[in-house]
Design a protein around this ligand. Structure first.
Ligand code: FEO
Length: 575
């Protein structure tokens, strides 16, 4: 293995190694990737993985991010004379994988780009160069010689509509780009240490793939036809070699549980316009937290039939604003007309601006949907500046509000169906009264908690159960820091009342509350009896809650004579 550190302000390095006969990985290691996409929430950096297959014909599978331009190209040209590259296989056109396509084509204009129909359309829009092309569809094969036969697998919506996977029948490697990836940067090339990577693997799935669960299952069904997969050569994080079956099975079971949801929402976005893609992901994440299934559809590449079918099967429609003029508008106009024609008065509607510089105004479109009888699920999301973390939080919380509105009636029915004696018995489980407060970057949140229990002496730790659809859940990922504020018997009402309020999406939970700042950056409630500064160590999925185990580094009691407020309940089917 060769590792080449680069002298830049941000830590960037490259790594290359042969992973199978005639097959070499080039990993661009981005140790300090900023968190501007929601799937980077765990802040462990990321990698961009590219692959070179040197058989009789030479194929490069994906490239790298433009920030690695000089070094990646130097390394690539050290491995192979660019004039010898026959094919550039493009799995997906987002710039973290295709950022150097133009540079590679400039080095050798004779290279044939191999990609899906949609990927070729997207490439034309940003490469602005004529290039040789081979459009492939599911099941198509390409022979490279020496036994290497590439077979392409259509995987639309993972994570863009352009995505395809590539299977080499000789090495039994599946090249997957975003799919089965994770934002985890380390020198470890493979997945030998599962416990280290699994929180990132899950978080990445939840953000990027969960909203496309049905598409994940469809792509995995196609993968089943390929034969044994010995290695998953993904586009982000360590490659999967030691736990391939386990990690693929997780995708399948997470997707099955998302896809079986009774209600679903569709988000219409425009993959390559403004921030439509990122904002739609944040809304989708908020919706999936409530157990409602989401389908994402790119308005510029979807067929009218698909649009009509997805509108017909969805309880809620969310639409990112398209541009007001230009070529993109022409691509999108027929699909917008189909949405309006297929929408019905039993549905909910949510609109958000794309911040693409030329967005159609949001209010007239909302008026049209209202006239058709659709109910607004959240206030239109209007964006006046480059989206910040707060805007993404607003999107996520708006999505959660929408999801909660959709499942409200079935939740009430479910609660009523519990056995009366059983629910009274469970109600005898008691807890204390606590408020969890967290701050991460510009984001902050809080939640009243009662299901808290000490779980370890050394180091001191406890668990707290957090409902999956709580806004603060996003700030309680492994490695996140927060404060547990312990409320005082006889003196908890004002704080409890404040934090029990239903806050609108994006609202400041701390307005009007006395706070101080803990050493870990989270708010301490001045009127609480005691506080503990904590860090999340692990999370256990328990049906509708996450059990979050955290270790405590610091704490203080303000009134040693006071007792903790106790929360007694009569029934166990709500808090
Ligand atoms: Fe890693 Fe969707 O790009």
């Amino acid at each position: 293995m060769v590792t080449t550190p680069l002298k830049t302000e941000k830590r960037l390095s490259l790594q290359t190694q042969e992973i199978a006969p005639q097959t070499t990985v080039i990993r661009s290691l981005d140790w300090d990737r900023d968190r501007f996409d929601i799937e980077f929430g765990l802040q462990n950096g990321t990698t961009y993985n590219s692959y070179l297959i040197q058989a009789d014909k030479v194929a490069l599978v994906d490239s790298s991010h433009a920030k690695f331009r000089e070094t990646y190209l130097a390394l690539l040209t050290g491995l192979i004379d660019p004039q010898k590259i026959d094919y550039l296989v493009i799995s997906h056109t987002e710039p973290d994988h295709s950022g150097l396509v133009k540079d590679i084509l400039q080095l050798n204009p004779k290279i044939t780009v191999v990609a899906s129909k949609v990927a070729l359309q997207f490439l034309d829009n940003f490469v602005h160069l004529p290039f040789e092309r081979l459009q492939v569809k599911n099941g198509d094969r390409l022979e490279l010689g020496q036994g290497h036969i590439l077979e392409f697998v259509s995987a639309p919506n993972l994570h863009w509509p352009d995505t395809m996977l590539t299977y080499d029948h000789h090495t039994q490697i599946l090249f997957t780009c975003d799919v089965f990836g994770m934002h985890y940067c380390s020198e470890a090339l493979f997945d030998e240490d599962l416990s280290k990577i699994e929180p990132d693997y899950r978080f990445y799935y939840d953000c990027l793939m969960g909203p496309n669960a049905r598409s994940v299952l469809a792509a995995m069904k196609r993968m089943d036809e390929l034969g044994e997969i010995k290695l998953v050569a993904n586009g982000h994080g360590p490659l999967l070699r030691h736990h391939v079956t386990e990690l693929l099975t997780r995708y399948r079971s997470w997707s099955q549980s998302q896809a079986k949801a009774e209600k679903s929402a569709v988000i219409f976005y425009i993959a390559d316009y403004g921030y439509s893609d990122r904002l739609s992901q944040a809304i989708a994440r908020g919706i999936t937290k409530t157990g409602v299934a989401v389908e994402m559809m790119d308005l510029s590449s979807a067929e009218a039939q698909e649009v009509q079918e997805v509108v017909n099967r969805s309880t809620a429609l969310i639409v990112g604003m398209p541009p007001l003029t230009g070529e993109k508008l022409k691509e999108i106009t027929p699909n917008m007309a189909t949405i309006l024609a297929a929408a019905n008065n039993q549905q909910w509607i949510g609109l958000y601006e794309s911040y693409g510089g030329n967005d159609e105004p949001i209010d007239p479109l909302l008026t049209k949907f209202r006239e058709l009888g659709l109910k607004p699920a959240f206030a239109p999301i209007k964006i006046k500046q480059t989206p910040t973390e707060n805007i993404y939080q607003l999107c996520e919380e708006s999505g959660t509000d929408l999801g909660q509105a959709l499942v409200q009636s079935s939740k009430i029915k479910q609660l009523k169906s519990l056995d009366n004696e059983l629910e009274k018995a469970i109600g005898r489980l008691s807890g204390g009264l606590y408020i969890i407060t967290a701050k991460k970057g510009d984001l902050s949140s809080a939640m009243l908690a009662s299901w808290v229990a000490q779980a370890s002496f050394d180091p001191p730790g406890f668990t707290v159960a957090v409902a999956k659809d709580r806004a603060i859940e996003s700030l309680l990922q492994v490695g996140d820091r927060f404060v547990l504020n312990i409320l005082e018997e006889g003196n908890y009402q004002p704080l409890m009342k404040h934090f029990l309020k239903r806050f609108p999406p994006g609202a400041d939970r701390f307005a009007g509350v006395k706070i101080q700042t803990a050493t870990n950056g989270s708010p301490i409630l001045t009127d609480a009896l005691a506080y503990l500064e904590c860090e999340v160590v692990s999370r256990l999925e328990c049906s509708d809650h996450w059990i979050v185990y955290s270790q405590v580094s610091n704490g203080r009691v303000s009134n040693p004579d006071a007792l903790t407020a106790v929360h007694h309940r009569k029934v166990g089917n709500y808090y």
